[in-house]
Design a protein around this ligand. Structure first.
Ligand SMILES: C[S@@+](CC[C@H](N)C(=O)[O-])C[C@H]1O[C@@H](n2cnc3c(N)ncnc32)[C@H](O)[C@@H]1O
Length: 181
């Protein structure tokens, strides 16, 4: 057992984030009226399980997209089934209508972790209902800079910003809540 922050296992699958992200998601969701959950980039599925649990607790299910299934171990399928996770093996940008139908005008937790995170944020953020929360992984890395998403964050308020900017937590993820009009 090694004391690594990154690339640990969760339910036997490789994490592409760290455990502290689960705490941030918990804190961000604690007082929010979220009742839809969308993830772009299922990958190994570890984060999907966390989001799927939050969804079940709120009487809904997670909708998650990945263009491939390669990253996911079949052993996780049972967990996905138990949580009612809806996995769609398609490009998220070909499914905008499907996402909006699923969200159905309700506050949504939207996690951008696919292949083009700035495009995911800039495409979906303007479409989300008020009180939705949108998060982007690999923020402040070469994948996503603040400038990449600055235009689309207008009308959003950062959540727990003083913490996700702290290097000590190193979650590489920012969170924004959509303001009411
Ligand atoms: C960084 S990984 C996701 C990690 C995952 N959240 C986890 O916890 O393991 C990015 C994933 O996004 C997928 N992807 C890339 N472009 C996509 C797109 N346009 N639509 C849906 N998925 C996409 C890739 O196939 C890859 O599995």
């Amino acid at each position: 057992m090694e004391a690594n922050k990154w690339h640990n296992n969760f339910l036997g699958v490789r994490q592409q984030h760290n455990y502290m992200l689960y705490k941030f998601i918990d804190d961000v969701l604690r007082h929010d009226p979220i009742d839809r959950f969308v993830e772009i980039g299922t990958g190994s599925g570890a984060l999907s399980v966390i989001l799927g649990l939050h969804a079940v607790q709120r009487g809904t299910h997670l909708l998650t997209f990945d263009i491939q299934i390669r990253g996911r171990k079949p052993t996780l399928d049972k967990v996905f089934d138990a949580l009612g996770i809806e996995f769609v093996q398609e490009d998220c940008f070909d499914n905008i209508e499907r996402v909006l139908n699923y969200i159905d005008g309700r506050p949504c937790f939207f996690f951008c972790d696919g292949g083009n995170k700035p495009k995911e944020f800039n495409t979906f953020a303007p479409l989300l209902p008020a009180d939705s929360i949108i998060a982007v992984h690999d923020y402040m890395t070469k994948e996503v800079s603040p400038e990449d998403i600055s235009k689309a964050t207008k009308g959003f308020t950062p959540i727990l910003e003083q913490y996700w900017r702290e290097e000590i937590f190193d979650i590489r993820t920012c969170f924004y809540r959509k303001d009411k009009l």
